[in-house]
Design a protein around this ligand. Structure first.
Ligand code: 4AD
Ligand code: MG
Length: 452
């Protein structure tokens, strides 16, 4: 018999064929005459109904076990499914004790419940859907950049720089080293990267459009629903920029293009989330795709917050950073669609952000994209390409020696450039309506937790 992926069984072409499938039992109903089971193999959300004479009911067969089924694929007489497999042989490959197995037949477990079993949760419909969506979105990110003239750069995981200057670094050394610089492996302190930006900036001195997409690390001691210690970031850097619009255009196009691809290729999987995890979220997502993203300045954002009747925990004075509560309010205020906030106070932004010298208040040409349910999805800026200004800023931060190579980029063929980073897990939260970031990454790492 032809070996078939379960999703292929649903394509009419295979009806009448003698086939063989391998997968895991998702439902199990022994009856007097017949035995009914559903088998899923991860190829889609669909499980194939298998019918067998009751005599084929092996005592080891049951919910959760791994099986191989051989038989004839038939058109189903029931409207609920188009095809079913009339089994001639069912072989149990791996048994599954239903008493010990944490997932129970016919129960819809919450994302929070299945998260307790990181090593088993891919066996649930919800998490297998998430993983297919994640994989599709990843491919769509690469397609977007490839189709738009961007070069992929593999930026390093181990680095000696703290790009964001926020000190949220994980230091790296082989076991047994004292962390003193002398005698340490690299002879200098090194860290897991918080961002590939500076390495992309190096490359943007020869390639006008570059990007990277990989894991980044932050020692953020936060128990929030939108922070991880290890998360994936999509980062782009664009040379010969004229204004912040060169960045917002790419951010918005990337968001739309990836989302459209996910909706086109993972419709069933996305529907599962919009039906059971975040009812009503599909309308929110459709709104996001229908309307173009508004742009407001930080100064306008502060005015909006000040004028509102909402009480905030954190201050809303000009110069204060926007906190999650502010970001969520601004998104609602703008019609519950993504909104760009530009021109933040200069002092709030890292050393690389470009000084808006012509503005009445001291601002930097930085931009964040805020989205429904999540808040900040992307952070980006034009970079300070002017040697004298960058040198004095680095001097003020005591970083002139550390970043002499970075100053070199402005010495030799410097061009106006800028870029942004998009938090990939926050993106998935945003399109699926998932409340907790730990439910959109296969193996979440956060403070006090690094299981597996
Ligand atoms: O705003 P951030 O810190 O920007 C940068 O790192 C820039 N160097 C990127 C660039 O311009 N190339 O981070 C970018 C995005 C945030 O907007 C957020 O979505 C996500 O990364 N992010 C996190 N996601 C999950 N857990 C965390 N701890 C995150 N920290 C940032
Ligand atoms: Mg940011």
């Amino acid at each position: 018999p032809t070996k078939l992926r379960v999703s292929e069984a649903f394509l009419d072409a295979q009806v009448g064929e003698n086939v063989r499938i391998q997968g895991w039992v998702r439902s199990f109903r022994p009856q007097k005459q017949n035995l009914f089971l559903h088998v899923n193999d991860g190829s889609s959300l669909k499980s194939l109904q298998v019918i067998a004479p009751a005599g084929m009911n092996d005592p080891l067969l049951g919910f959760g076990c791994a099986v191989e089924v051989k038989g004839i694929l038939k058109k189903s007489p029931h409207s609920k499914q188009p095809v079913e497999l009339e089994a001639e042989q069912i072989r149990v490959i791996g048994e599954c004790n239903p008493v010990d197995f944490p997932f129970k037949i016919k129960e819809r477990h919450s994302l929070e419940y299945i998260r307790q079993f990181l090593h088993l949760r891919c066996r649930t419909n919800a998490f297998s859907s998430l993983l297919r969506i994640r994989s599709e979105a990843t491919a769509a990110v690469h397609s977007y950049f490839k189709n738009n003239g961007f070069l992929l750069i593999h930026t390093p995981t181990i680095t000696s720089n703290d790009c964001e200057g926020a000190g949220e670094l994980f230091q790296v050394e082989p076991p047994g080293t004292t962390f003193a610089n002398e005698g340490s492996f690299f002879s200098v302190p090194v860290y897991l990267t918080v961002s590939g930006q500076l390495h992309l900036e190096v490359m943007s001195g020869a390639f006008p459009r570059v990007y990277t997409f990989g894991p980044t690390f932050r020692a953020e001691n936060s128990q929030s629903r939108r922070h991880l210690a290890e998360f994936f970031m999509v980062e782009a850097e664009i040379s010969f920029t004229e204004s912040i619009e060169d960045l917002t255009k790419v951010m918005e196009e990337l968001f739309r293009s990836v989302t459209e691809s996910v909706l086109a290729h993972c419709e069933e999987d996305v529907d599962l989330f919009h039906k059971y995890v975040a009812p009503g979220h599909r309308d929110t997502l459709d709104d996001m795709l229908r309307k173009s993203f508004p742009v407001i300045t930080y100064t306008e954002a502060i005015d909006i917050l000040k004028r509102s009747s909402e009480t905030f925990t954190f201050p809303t004075d000009w110069g204060c950073d926007l906190m999650t509560e502010h970001e969520k309010f601004l998104v609602k205020h703008c019609g519950n669609i993504p909104v760009f906030v530009t021109d933040y106070p200069y002092d709030l932004k890292p050393f690389y952000a470009r000084d808006n010298q012509d503005h009445p208040k001291h601002t930097a040409a930085a931009v964040d994209l805020l989205v429904p349910g999540v808040g900040e999805l992307c952070g980006g800026s034009l970079r300070e390409e002017r040697l004298d200004l960058l040198r004095s800023r680095l001097g003020e931060c005591g970083l002139e020696d550390t970043y002499s190579w970075y100053l070199d980029l402005r010495r030799f063929g410097s061009v106006p450039h800028g870029g942004f980073g998009l938090g990939f897990e926050r993106y998935l939260q945003c399109i699926l309506g998932v409340d907790n970031i730990k439910d959109v990454i296969p193996f979440p790492r956060f403070s006090h937790s690094c299981l597996l």
